[in-house]
Design a protein around this ligand. Structure first.
Ligand code: C2E
Ligand code: CA
Ligand code: CA
Ligand code: CA
Length: 276
C-alpha cells in the first residue's frame, strides 16, 4: 500500500509539473527542442475493418524531453496553438513522415499512407501548400502517401475559403480527412458541401456502441457518408464489441487500442515487413 501511495504521489507530481510549465517556458523550450531533435513521430496503425490488414497509420507527435520523460501532445499542443509554434511543429511532422516514407520505400518495404495532422493555423496560412509541396519534391514522395487530417472544428470557420483550400489540395493529389467528426459544430448537411475523402468518426461515438441510441446515430452517419462517397475510419476502437459492430456496419478502417497503440517508427517498420 505504501508503494502505491508513493507511486500515486510521484504520478501526481509529474502531472502537476507538466501543468506548471508556462507558455513562455514552452516557447523557449520549443526552439531548443527542435534543435535537439526532442520531437518525434509515433505511428498508430489503421486497419482494414474487413480483412484486418494494415491499411496505413496516423503520425502523432511526441516530445521526448532530454531527461527521458515523454510529454503527451495534449499537454503542449494547446500552448503551441496559442503562440503560433504549431505551424512549425506541423511542418516538422510532415517532413518527418516524408523522410520516413522515403527511407521505408528505399528499403523496399510496402508503402502505406501515413496521415499527418494539420492545425487550423496551418490551413489558413496560405504558404503551407507551397512549403509542403517542396518537402514532397525533396523526398520524392507522392502526396497520396501523406494524407492530411483537418479537425472538424475548422469547418465552422470560413467554409468557402476552406473548400477552396481542399480543392487545391486535391488538385495536388492529397487526400483530406475530417478528424474528430462529431465533436464540433458542423452539421451533417455540411458533409455534402465539403469535398473531404475520409471521415474520422470520433472516439466519443465509438464509446456509445452498446447503447441503442448511440448505435442509431453511428448507423445514420455511416449511411450518410457512404451515400456521399466518403470513406469512414473509426477512432478510439478499444473493444471486440466495438470492432464487431463497426465491421457489421461496413466501416472502412479502424484505428484504436483494440489493434495497436501509437508506436515508434522502428516498431511500425516491423509491421511493414511482415504484412503482405
Ligand atoms: P487526434 O488527432 O484525435 O489523435 C488521436 C488520439 O487518440 C491520439 O492521442 C491517440 O493516441 C489516441 N487514441 C488512439 N486510439 C485510442 C484508443 O483506442 N483509446 C484511447 N483512449 N485513445 C486512443 P495523442 O497522440 O495523445 O494525441 C492527442 C491529440 O493531439 C491528437 O488527437 C491531435 O489533435 C493532437 N496532435 C497529435 N500530434 C499532432 C501533430 O503533429 N500536429 C497537430 N496539430 N496536432 C497533433
Ligand atoms: Ca488526427
Ligand atoms: Ca481524432
Ligand atoms: Ca480526438
Amino acid at each position: 500500500v505504501k508503494n502505491q501511495i508513493h507511486s500515486y504521489y510521484a504520478f501526481y507530481n509529474e502531472e502537476l509539473k507538466s501543468r506548471i510549465i508556462h507558455n513562455k517556458e514552452m516557447e523557449d523550450r520549443m526552439e531548443t527542442a527542435l534543435a535537439h531533435h526532442e520531437f518525434c513521430a509515433y505511428f498508430q496503425p489503421k486497419y482494414d475493418t474487413e480483412t484486418k490488414e494494415l491499411a496505413g497509420a496516423e503520425a502523432l507527435v511526441r516530445w521526448n524531453t532530454g531527461d527521458g520523460r515523454i510529454i503527451p501532445p495534449t499537454d503542449f499542443i494547446p500552448v503551441f496553438e496559442e503562440n503560433g509554434l504549431i505551424v512549425g511543429l506541423d511542418e516538422f511532422m510532415f517532413r518527418e513522415v516524408c523522410r520516413q516514407q522515403r527511407e521505408w520505400i528505399d528499403q523496399g518495404r510496402r508503402a502505406v499512407p501515413v496521415s499527418v495532422n494539420l492545425s487550423r493555423y496551418n490551413i489558413f496560412y496560405s504558404s503551407f501548400i507551397n512549403k509542403y509541396q517542396d518537402i514532397l519534391r525533396e523526398y520524392e514522395i507522392s502526396p497520396k502517401l501523406v494524407p492530411l487530417e483537418i479537425t472538424e472544428s475548422v469547418m465552422s470557420e470560413d467554409e468557402v475559403l476552406l473548400r477552396n483550400i481542399i480543392d487545391e489540395l486535391h488538385s495536388i493529389g492529397f487526400s483530406v480527412l475530417m478528424d474528430d467528426f462529431g465533436t464540433g459544430y458542423s452539421s451533417m448537411t455540411m458533409l455534402g458541401s465539403m469535398p473531404i475523402d475520409v471521415l474520422k468518426l470520433d472516439k466519443s461515438f465509438v464509446d456509445d456502441i452498446g447503447d441503442s441510441k448511440g448505435e442509431k446515430i453511428i448507423r445514420s452517419i455511416i449511411d450518410l457518408s457512404r451515400g456521399l462517397g466518403i470513406r469512414l475510419t473509426a477512432e478510439g476502437v478499444e473493444t471486440e464489441e466495438q470492432y464487431e459492430f463497426l465491421r457489421k456496419m461496413k466501416c472502412d478502417e479502424i484505428q484504436g487500442y483494440y489493434f495497436a497503440k501509437p508506436m515508434p517508427g522502428s516498431d511500425f517498420q516491423a509491421l511493414l515487413n511482415t504484412e503482405k
